[in-house]
Design a protein. Structure first.
Length: 291
């Protein structure tokens, strides 16, 4: 494994490692305004949701690499500590990229990138009409460290497009197509074709509760073992014994003439098939037949 010491590496070179490592990152398209009512619109991928009560967002405009000057977003926030964080989906990513251009201070990126400005409810900067989620924020703190200005902001009003809501008025992830940022010119797309669900365990039995032959399986992956270990209850002894007579398990036993190594290999393939079909409880019963 290659080890890189940031203290011994040029900062922009280490940055290239990091933006390809911590990825994908959500994109905040941030609108701000200065004392002269000039609007700025800039995207930032050093961004995330940080707190629940109150709802807090954080994003971090870094100084420009060319001359180390502060970006217009920070200059504006120091004058008017309000912003709208607009989330970015696939339908607007090219316009967002255009808005990242280094325009002169006072140039309106809404106009340059072809976005529509909507009045906000509680803050002075405008919303981006094309964004499906618009979060009005007030700045709580700006933390400056090195080239970074970390903006900590409270969401004071949120707007959600009906296009991404389900029948209960909640966001349906399968109706979204959020874009995430990677390194270089690369982006990631999160939509119904790439989303997958991992149920959150209440208190799983743990991988250590599985037979050693299962834990050390050459067939089952760490994800497979994680699914088995996420079940809340260990099967009853009677259920484990009864599963010995499952027709497929008996057939595998007959095929291998009871040779442990061969039987376990075929059995673990069967466990993997059950997991792929979503039959996790039965997969655990099958796994417990391992010799």
């Amino acid at each position: 494994m290659k080890s890189v010491d940031p203290a011994k590496t040029e900062s922009r070179a280490f940055y290239r490692y990091m933006v390809n490592s911590v990825a994908p990152r959500p994109i905040a398209l941030v609108s701000t305004i200065d004392n002269e009512s000039r609007v700025n619109l800039s995207p930032f991928s050093f961004f995330n949701y940080m707190g629940i009560d109150p709802p807090i967002l954080a994003f971090a405009p870094n100084r420009r690499s060319g001359d180390s000057s502060e970006k217009d977003t920070i200059l504006n926030l120091k004058e008017i500590p309000e912003a709208v964080v607009n989330l970015v989906d696939a339908d607007m990513v090219q316009q967002v990229s255009l808005a990242s251009s280094v325009y002169d201070r006072g140039v309106n990126e809404f106009q340059k990138a072809g976005f529509t400005a909507l009045p906000a409810s509680l803050v002075r900067p405008p919303r981006v009409a094309e964004s499906l989620i618009q979060l009005e924020c007030r700045t709580l703190e700006i933390i400056e460290k090195g080239t970074m200005s970390l903006v900590v902001a409270e969401v004071v009003m949120a707007h959600f497009s009906e296009k991404i809501l389900d029948s209960k008025g909640q966001i349906d992830p399968l109706k979204t197509s959020w874009v995430g940022r990677s390194g270089g010119n690369w982006y990631n797309l999160s939509d119904k074709n790439t989303l997958f669900e991992v149920p959150r365990p209440v208190l799983g039995i743990g991988i250590d509760a599985l037979p050693l032959s299962v834990q050390r399986s050459a067939i089952l992956t760490g994800n497979d073992l994680g699914m088995l270990g996420s079940l809340q209850l260990y099967p009853a002894a009677d259920a484990v014994k009864q599963y010995r007579f499952d027709p497929i398990v008996q057939e595998l036993r007959n095929q291998t003439n009871g040779v442990c190594e061969n039987f376990n290999e075929l059995l673990h393939i069967r466990v993997k098939e059950l997991l792929a079909a979503g039959n996790v409880e039965e997969a655990l019963l099958a796994a417990l037949q391992s010799h």
